[in-house]
Design a protein around this ligand. Structure first.
Ligand code: NAD
Length: 297
């Protein structure tokens, strides 16, 4: 099928977009689809997690109303377009599923195999993975040409970028459909090929890692390193503040994927960050990372 024949992915209450995983990213992805008029089935393993996702989406939509980005009626309509469920079976006629579950290959492999069995043969299966190979996930399915990376950024309702990653097998028509859809969500798609860390994490993580080495070696304090980037390079936040926001465990995991995938020692995780993760200092979410966050403790 070439780009001209790829059916556009349109909003349809009868055929919702599936979002698998309702954590930080899945909730944000469901939010932006619903805000743009798409019906969404947001799935997770347990009702308690889905309740948290509903609360978080409700609060984030209310924030957009407060900032006059949405009217109250638009926010209510967006929330009403999301069905929260532990049951994926309503996806059997869906044109698209976006997987945003925990970053583990075995788990994503199971989800992709199940979605391949459930969704129509022409449907596209996308993943929001930060580092796992799209080519490898595509090979799990009988539709490798319709598997693609759709990498959103946190917080999803705010960040403009969607990094679109082609696996080796991804067809031009699948790419065109996801590019068009990203624009319909109000996002800016950027195309990259499948390689460990894609572009975003391949370039960002060495910066964070080197900043951590600078602290470990006593070149400067975390505050000073961050100020160099804020004041000298006009970064809105320094690399270590950003690392705390992302989660130091997540940063170390991604660096390990980069190290293994490229086989290059320049990606070796900084021992200081590794030790901080071992101590449970994961950044903002645990109350302590390069900085302290007393409210989170
Ligand atoms: P998270 O831990 O907040 O959420 C993951 C969710 O997946 C959990 O609620 C978990 O219960 C659910 N889940 C696990 N197995 C499932 C299954 N079989 N079916 C349905 N749901 C399942 O994680 P997150 O930060 O939202 O990350 C999700 C994905 O997005 C990962 O692949 C991650 O690499 C990627 N990502 C994260 C960020 C970020 O800044 N957090 C940014 C870009 C991409």
């Amino acid at each position: 099928m070439d780009a001209a024949h790829q059916p556009a992915i349109n909003p349809s209450p009868a055929h919702p977009i599936g979002v698998l995983g309702s954590g930080t990213m899945g909730s944000g992805i469901a939010h932006v689809f619903a805000r743009s008029g798409f019906s969404v089935l947001l799935c997770d393993l347990a009702e308690a997690q889905l309740d948290r996702a509903r609360q978080s989406i409700t609060a984030n939509l209310a924030r957009e109303v407060k900032k006059a980005k949405l009217t109250e009626a638009e926010a209510a309509a967006a929330l009403a377009r999301i069905t929260f469920s532990t049951d994926r079976s309503p996806l059997q006629a869906s044109p698209l599923a976006v997987e945003a579950a925990t970053e583990r290959f075995e788990l994503k492999r199971e989800i992709f195999a199940a979605l391949d069995d459930l969704l129509p043969a022409e449907a596209i299966l996308a993943t929001n993975t930060s580092s796992i190979s799209i080519t490898r996930l595509a090979a799990v399915t009988r539709r490798p040409d319709r598997v693609i990376g759709m990498h959103f950024f946190n917080p999803v309702p705010v960040m403009a970028l969607v990094e679109i990653i082609r696996g080796l097998q991804t067809s031009a028509s699948t790419f065109a459909a996801i590019e068009q859809l990203s624009r319909a969500l109000g996002k800016q798609p950027i195309a990259v090929n499948d390689a460990p860390g894609f572009v975003s994490n391949r370039v960002l993580m060495p910066l964070i890692n080197e900043a951590a080495y600078a602290v470990m070696e006593g070149v400067a304090t975390a505050e000073a390193v961050d100020q160099v980037f804020q004041l000298g390079m006009a970064h809105p936040m320094g690399p270590l503040t950003l690392a705390d926001f992302i989660g130091l465990d997540v940063c170390v995991d991604i660096l390990r994927v980069l190290h293994e995938g490229h086989g290059d020692p320049k990606f070796r995780p900084c021992p200081l960050m590794v030790r901080m993760v071992q101590a449970g200092w994961l950044g903002r979410k645990s109350g302590r990372g390069f900085y302290e966050y007393p409210a989170q403790k």
